[in-house]
Design a protein around this ligand. Sequence first.
Ligand SMILES: Cc1cc2nc3c(=O)[nH]c(=O)nc-3n(C[C@H](O)[C@H](O)[C@H](O)COP(=O)(O)OP(=O)(O)OC[C@H]3O[C@@H](n4cnc5c(N)ncnc54)[C@H](O)[C@@H]3O)c2cc1C
Length: 413
Amino acid sequence: MSIPTIDGAFPGERVTGYDVTARRDTDYYAVFADIPAADREIWDRAKAYVDELGDRMAAAWDAAEYPIEVAMRLGELDLFNDGIAHPSLTPFSPLAAGLVNMEVSRGDGSLGTVVAVQGGLALRTLALFGSPEQQERWLEPVARGRVPGAFALTEPDHGSDSVSLETVARRDGGDWVLRGAKKWIGNGASGGITFVWARVDDPDAAEHGAVRCFLVEQDTPGYRGAVITGKASLRGIHQAHIELDDVRVPASAVLPGTKSFKDASTVLYSTRSGVAWSALGHATACFEAALSYAQQRVQFGRPLAKFQMVQERLSQMLDELTTMQLYCRRMADLETAGRLQPTQASLAKYHNTRAARRVAQTARDLLGGNGILLENRVMQHMADIEAIHTYEGTESVQALLIGRDITGMSAFA
Ligand SMILES: Cc1cc2nc3c(=O)[nH]c(=O)nc-3n(C[C@H](O)[C@H](O)[C@H](O)COP(=O)(O)OP(=O)(O)OC[C@H]3O[C@@H](n4cnc5c(N)ncnc54)[C@H](O)[C@@H]3O)c2cc1C
C-alpha cells in the first residue's frame, strides 16, 4: 500500500490521495478457510473478473449507465447459476453461489444485483417452473448471458403486498392477453425476456384468480419498458417501469409449474439468502476501505489507526462483519443439507443489510471529508446498500415473517 505524495508541493498538500479500494480478504474467524476446492475455484473466478473490471463499473455508476456487455460477461464466465440445481446447469453449491454474490457486490453493487436478477430470479424461475420446451429454448441463453432475463412481480401500487397484484392474464381463444403495470424490474427494458406474474382472469376456469407466471419476449407488441431514471443507488444497472398493454402471448408462454402466488414466494425465499451475502460484500468493501484509510491518513502527527477511539470503531466494524460472515456460512451449510427454513434466510437478510448500513456509515465517517468523494467508493456502497435493504422484502417485512414464525401469530393485515 503506497501513499501518493508530491515533492515540492505547497505546504499542507503533500499527500495527494489514499489507496482505499485494494482487496484485503478479511476473514478474521477463518470462516472461509476450509471451503471445498470447487467452491474456491468459482470464488476465484468471480474475484478475477472483479479485479479485471478496474474502474469500469465505477465510471458506469457515476454516469448512471448500464454497460450490459460487462454484466452479461458474468454469464460467459458461468457465474449466474446462483446455486440452482438443474441437469442443464453447471453444479454450483449454495456456498459457491453466496461467495459469488458477496464478491461481485464487494466489487460493484450494480453487478451484484445483475447476478441476483439474471441468475437468482429469472434463471431460477425458468429452472423451477418452466416447461421442457421453454427450458430447452431459454435456459442456456439466460445462464450464459446471451439473453437478459427479468422477473416482474412488483407493481407501482403493490410492493410489500405484491400478493395483491392486479396485472391480469385473460384467455382469448388459444392465447393469453396480459394487461397491467410493473415497477422496479431489473433488466425489464434490456431487449431480453421477462417472467411476468399475473392473475388469471378466466371466470369459467377453476384457476380463475390464481397467480401464474408468463414468459414474455420484450419485443412483443404492447410490452413497453421505460428505464427508471434519477436513482441514487445501483446506478450501474437499469430497472424498468413496464406497461403491458394487451400483450398477446401463446398458451405455451405460461410456465406450467406456476399455480399460485406461493411459487413467486418460493423464488424470493431462495434469493433472499443471496441478498444477505451481497450485504456482506458491501460491508467488506467498506470495512477494508476504513482500515486502509486509518493506516494511511496522518492527523495529529500519527496515523488515525494509532488512536484508541479509531481502533474501537474498527473493532466494532470487524465484529459486525464477522457476524455477517458466520450467518452466511451457516446459512449455506443449512441449505446444502436441505435444512434451511425460509425465515432463517429472512433473519440473515434482516441482520446483514442492517449491519451493512452501520458498517458503511462508520466507514464513511472514518474517511472524514474524503468519505463523501465518489472516488473512494464508500459512498457508492452506502447508497447501494439502501436498495438491497429494500428489495426481496424490506426490513419490516422480514421482521413480520420472522415474527409470525416465532409467535405463531400473523401481524400481516
Ligand atoms: C433497486 C430495486 C430493484 C428491484 N428489482 C425488482 C425486480 O427485479 N423485480 C421485482 O418484481 N421487484 C423488484 N423490486 C421491488 C422491491 O421488491 C420492492 O421495492 C419491495 O418489495 C418494497 O416495495 P415498495 O418499494 O413498494 O415499498 P412499500 O411496500 O410501499 O413499503 C414502504 C415502507 O412501508 C413499510 N411497510 C410496508 N408494509 C408494511 C407493514 N405491513 N408493516 C410495517 N411496515 C410496512 C416497508 O417496510 C417500507 O419501509 C426492486 C426494488 C428496487 C428498489
